[in-house]
Design a protein around this ligand. Structure first.
Ligand code: SAM
Length: 344
């Protein structure tokens, strides 16, 4: 153990902590700066108070230091992120964090928390650090090979439920036939296909992606959720090579234009897969190819349901001319989010 400054005088951990606290407080009063650690994994320190002693640090102190660090790095929602990463580090839930503020982190836990915070501070999304994201009540594995599923994509699943309800489809399939045949195009982590497999235990579900790496994650998610035998995965371009017809073609395709790249969050641009986000110069390129393919792939009266953005909503509506029951539905922020249409 190496101690420098006044801490070498501290002969017990408690005394060292007390000394450190008084330094931190004094410093905070002096220049009103947030009290943040120099090196996570070490005891949280005010900048002019070099403390090299590896001392146990309490959970609440570690969390406060992490919030300050993420705030300084301009990470949005720093407290939420700091808590999520601490929950990940300690493999615990939020209730545990609040119930055990005095719990001491081991040196190994502090160093893992430090590593996670360093990643977050350089912009890596929390979900890629923890490897998890919730979607439709399911815990999904995510890696940088897949887009992090967004809450607004749940509107695509809701739209399918709504259409099935509206069509008054029979609750049971005729003997020997699947209740519904559904294709999820650009499945990524498998989010939409898995949610639909959960909702429709009798449906036959096919999920496609152009990315082999994404399909590997989707398959892993299906296995973890015990839905592997419910979904057939295909590495293909859109719907190419699939056995037709389908009752539903659903998709959250890439729909951002390269021309609007500067309006996309830096974190998304830097860390999420480019071909999951960007479709081409205008953003409508993938959808423009998908619409006629879906028309061919659907049964009469079958539905196409796609996630879109407000930027391309009008353009997509035009592309759906000739379809029936065309609707553009907003998300919770009133942004046009789901385009749905029925094959006439
Ligand atoms: C926006 S992400 C959606 C992922 C997932 N469905 C979700 O909602 O979280 C789009 C996905 O489409 C895939 N993709 C892009 N172009 C494709 C194409 N031509 N054919 C099939 N999949 C494609 C990407 O690899 C990516 O996984």
């Amino acid at each position: 153990m190496r101690a420098e400054g006044p801490l070498y005088l501290a002969h017990t951990i408690d005394a060292a902590r007390e000394l450190h606290r008084s330094f931190a407080q004094k410093h905070a009063q002096d220049d009103k700066r947030e009290f943040a650690p120099r090196k996570l994994g070490d005891v949280p320190l005010c900048p002019p108070c070099p403390l090299w002693l590896k001392l146990p640090v309490q959970l609440k102190e570690s969390l406060a230091a992490a919030v300050a660090r993420l705030t300084a790095a301009q990470v949005p929602s720093p407290r939420l992120n700091a808590e999520s990463l601490l929950m990940f580090t300690l493999d615990c839930d939020r209730a545990y964090l609040f119930a055990h503020p005095e719990r001491e982190l081991t040196a190994e836990e502090q160093s893992r928390y430090d590593a996670a915070l360093a990643e977050r501070a350089r912009g890596v999304p929390t979900q890629y650090i923890t490897g998890h994201q919730e979607f439709w009540g399911m815990d999904l594995i995510v890696t940088p090979a897949v887009l992090i599923p967004r809450p607004e994509t749940e509107h695509v699943v809701e739209a399918v439920l709504d259409c099935v309800g509206r069509a008054l489809l029979p609750a049971k399939a005729p003997e020997g036939q699947p209740f519904l045949r559904i294709a999820d195009v650009g499945t990524g982590s498998g989010a939409i296909a898995l949610a639909l497999a959960r909702e429709f235990p009798q449906a036959e579900i096919h999920a496609t992606d152009i990315s082999a790496a994404a399909l590997e994650i989707a398959r892993a998610n299906a296995a973890r959720l015990q839905l592997a035998d419910r979904i057939q995965f295909h590495q293909t371009d859109l719907l190419a090579g699939l056995e037709l017809p389908f009752d539903f073609v659903v998709s959250n395709p890439p729909y951002v234009g390269e021309s609007e790249a500067d309006q996309v969050q830096l974190e998304v641009r830097k860390f999420e897969p480019h071909n999951a986000v960007f479709a081409g110069p205008t953003g409508t390129e993938t959808i423009a190819r998908l619409i006629p393919q879906a028309h061919t792939a659907l049964k009469p009266d079958g539905w196409l349901i796609m996630e879109i953005s407000g930027t391309i909503a009008e353009e997509v509506k035009k592309m759906l001319e000739g379809w029936s029951e065309v609707e553009i539905k907003p998300d919770l922020q009133s942004i046009p989010r789901v385009a749905q249409a029925r094959k006439s």
